[in-house]
Design a protein around this ligand. Structure first.
Ligand SMILES: *Cc1c(COP(=O)(O)O)cnc(C)c1O
Length: 341
C-alpha cells in the first residue's frame, strides 16, 4: 500500500478529506446497507431535523499502525455500543452495532493510504456520526436519518513534548443531573463553546466542570474524563451519571489494576479533595492522557506536585502501558485490538 505523501509528524488536528467515506440511510423504518462514496458533501432539506433541533450524535476513534505493521483500531465495539446508547437517548434509530464495526473497518480499509506509519506519532482519526435528515418543524424526532463515517489523518498530540495543562474550575455547568452529559451528542459541545472560548481568553487550557446540582463534585472537562493519583499511588476517577463514559478512561482503569497492580477507585470526587492528589490527567482518544499541572479555583491555585514540566510518574506509566497495548508492543487484553484486513 503506497502511503500518501503527507508530513505525518507535522500534521495538526484538522480536517483533511480522504478518498472515501461511508454513508447509510434510514428511511421507512429501516437502514439500507450503506456505501463507500467519494462525495464529501451532505445534501439535505433546509428544515432537516438536525439543523432545527440538533438531533445528532457522534463517536471518535483512531486507526494506527502497530510496531509489526498491522493497521488496527482500539475497542470499536465500545464506540458502537456507546453510539447506540446516545441514539436511544435522542430518540434516534440505533445503527446496528455489528454493522457499525463493519463500516469502521470498511472505511479505514478504503483509506489505508492515509493511515500514518508506525512511529510517526500520527493516527487516522475516525468520525462516525448520524443525524435526523428529513424536514422537522414541529418538535419531534425525525423519521429519516443518515449515518456517516469519515476519517482524517491527525498529527501527534504532544507535538514538541508534553506540557501539563492549567485548568479552570468553570462557573458554567456541562450537564444536568438526568440530562444528556452521558451521551456523545453535539449538543453537549455547542453549549461548551462559550465556556472554553472564555477560558482560553483567560489563559486556561481547559475547564473543569463540577456537578450542576451541588457544585461540590468534580465531573469532567468539555471533552475528556479525569483520573487522579493519590499520594499513596491509588487511581481515582469521578463517578457520576452525567459524565461521558470515556473508553480511554475505562481502559486506563483496567490497565492500572491488571497491568500495573494499582488500586483503582471510581467514586465521587469532591472539589475540596483536589489539593490532596499527587497527579491528575485528562483521558480521551485524542491524547490518551494529558497531564494536569495546575487547577485554578477562582484565583486559588492548586498545583499538582507532579509539576508543570512533565507527566507525573504514575500518569506516565499508565500512558506508556496503554499506548504500548495500542501500538502492539504490549499484549492486549482479549478483544481490545481490531485488526483492519
Ligand atoms: C468523547 C468524550 C470523552 C472521551 O472519550 P473517549 O472514548 O476516551 O475518547 C470524554 N468526555 C466527553 C464529553 C467526550 O465527548
Amino acid at each position: 500500500m503506497e502511503k500518501k505523501n503527507i508530513d505525518w509528524a507535522n500534521l495538526g488536528f484538522g480536517y483533511i478529506p480522504t478518498e472515501k467515506r461511508f454513508v447509510a440511510n434510514y428511511t421507512k423504518g429501516a437502514w439500507d446497507n450503506g456505501v463507500l462514496t467519494e462525495d464529501a458533501t451532505v445534501t439535505m432539506s433546509e428544515c432537516a431535523g438536525v439543523l432545527q433541533y440538533a438531533q445528532t450524535v457522534f463517536e471518535g476513534l483512531k486507526a494506527y499502525t502497530t510496531e509489526d505493521g498491522r493497521v488496527v483500531t482500539f475497542r470499536p465495539d465500545l464506540n458502537a455500543s456507546r453510539m447506540a446508547d446516545s441514539a436511544r437517548r435522542l430518540e434516534m434509530p440505533v445503527f446496528p452495532e455489528d454493522k457499525f464495526i463493519e463500516a469502521v473497518v470498511a472505511t479505514v480499509k478504503a483509506n489505508m493510504a492515509y493511515v500514518p506509519p508506525y512511529g510517526s506519532g500520527a493516527t487516522l482519526y475516525i468520525r462516525p456520526y448520524m443525524f435526523g435528515i428529513n424536514p422537522v418543524i414541529g418538535v419531534k424526532p425525525a423519521d429519516d436519518y443518515q449515518f456517516r463515517i469519515f476519517c482524517t489523518p491527525v498529527g501527534p498530540y504532544f507535538k514538541g513534548g508534553v506540557k501539563p495543562l492549567t485548568i479552570k474550575i468553570s462557573d458554567f455547568d456541562r450537564a444536568a443531573p438526568n440530562g444528556t452529559g452521558n451521551i456523545k451528542a453535539g449538543l453537549n459541545y455547542a453549549m461548551s463553546l462559550h465556556a472554553i472560548v472564555t477560558a482560553h481568553e483567560e489563559g486556561y487550557d481547559e475547564n473543569m466542570y463540577l456537578d450542576a446540582a451541588t457544585r461540590t463534585k468534580v465531573e469532567e472537562t468539555g471533552g475528556a474524563n479525569f483520573i487522579f493519583v493519590t499520594k499513596d499511588g491509588k487511581i481515582v476517577t469521578p463517578k457520576s451519571n452525567s459524565i461521558l463514559p470515556s473508553i480511554t478512561r475505562r481502559s486506563l482503569m483496567h490497565v492500572a489494576k491488571e497491568y500495573l497492580g494499582l488500586e483503582v477507585e471510581e467514586r465521587e470526587v469532591y472539589k475540596d479533595e483536589l489539593e490532596n492528589f499527587a497527579e491528575a490527567g485528562l483521558c480521551g482518544t485524542a491524547a490518551v492522557i494529558s497531564p494536569v499541572g495546575k487547577i485554578v479555583d477562582h484565583g486559588k491555585e492548586i498545583c499538582l506536585p507532579s509539576g508543570m514540566t512533565e507527566m507525573g510518574p504514575i500518569t506516565k506509566k499508565l500512558y506508556d502501558t496503554l499506548t504500548g497495548i495500542q501500538m502492539g508492543r504490549i499484549e492486549a487484553p482479549e478483544g481490545w485490538i481490531k485488526e483492519i484486513k
